[in-house]
Design a protein around this ligand. Sequence first.
Ligand code: 13P
Ligand code: MG
Ligand code: MG
Length: 367
Amino acid sequence: MEITLSIIKADIGAIGGHMAPSAQLLATVRQHILEEAANILIDSYISYTGDDIALLMTHKRGTGDEAVHRLALDAFLAGTEVARAQGLYGAGQDLVKDAFSANVRGMGPAVAEMEFEERPNEPFLFFAADKTDPGAYNLPLYLAFADPMNTPGLFLSQKLAQGFRFVIMDVGHTECDRIIELVAPEDLYDIAALLRDPQRYVVESVWSRASSEQAAVVSTSRLRDVAGKSTGKDDPVMVLRTQMHFPSTGELLAPFQVGHFVAGGVRGSHNMPLMPCTLNSPVSYFDGPPVVTCAAFACHEGRLTEPVDAFAHPFWDAVREHVAAKAMEMRRQGFFGSAMLPLAQLEYTGVAERIERLQGRFRERED
Ligand code: 13P
Ligand code: MG
Ligand code: MG
């Protein structure tokens, strides 16, 4: 049976600045989906990560479906009313364009969708991250799908040994969406050369070369371009299918113990380590640290089991402690050097304007 997984995610307002949506806001979005989903969805799961609400929906209508996207948008619009009524910060923040034509792509919400032939058992992982951008998944995807030090299945399993195809988007290219397809292991150094720059090159999807099945999809929307100006980080969602032709769940989760530095934190302008947290976690320290959550599911004929909270296991407490120490260490150097993003990637124009004003006061040294 062909099913489609659609994840549509938006920040439509939060308590305490950019921390977490209110219970009433979440309930309104949930209720809207439950009431209006008949004849559109098979199943759904609604959760939040930091200030972002993600709608995970299963159906048989294919990707980019108008009814599914309309349903998500209307749920977010209903939620925005509540956010306004409650005085939440950033009510409707990610709904940056009004005109709906066929789907929500280009309107602000992040979208990750995958259509596939459901396996007899269909385990998958749903990731959501806040206070960072889609390039945050570059390192975990590289390690999970291309590095046998992380994924021994790459040589233990004949299915995985044929490698994976990476579709990588050039998010810095403004005229059009540009992608490149590279295969691991043959193109490993090319893949590495692109993925080392997560602000410019972002993995969009990963495919098994043994079965041609899709393994991964990442939301690669760009709020910066959508709005014509920056309205926040493109807090990304991702789905990874696991087992059989794909890495095991353990191999897919393992890279998140690194707590790698990503763009994020206060004002979307800093480098902070990514902390794996439990489902429905708010953010806190320095508007972060950037958080990632993971809900593991099994799925049959589009019906979802309850989620297992992948980062709730006690193992991740030690990782969180380590990541907190890394975060504090980076923050000790304030705005200096690599603690803050380079000028071109700052969401605020204040530094550029200040430096521009100072240009006239520079003079040639006479001695
Ligand atoms: P969000 O993109 O999650 O709304 O965060 C904005 C921000 O800059 C927080 O400091
Ligand atoms: Mg916000
Ligand atoms: Mg957010």
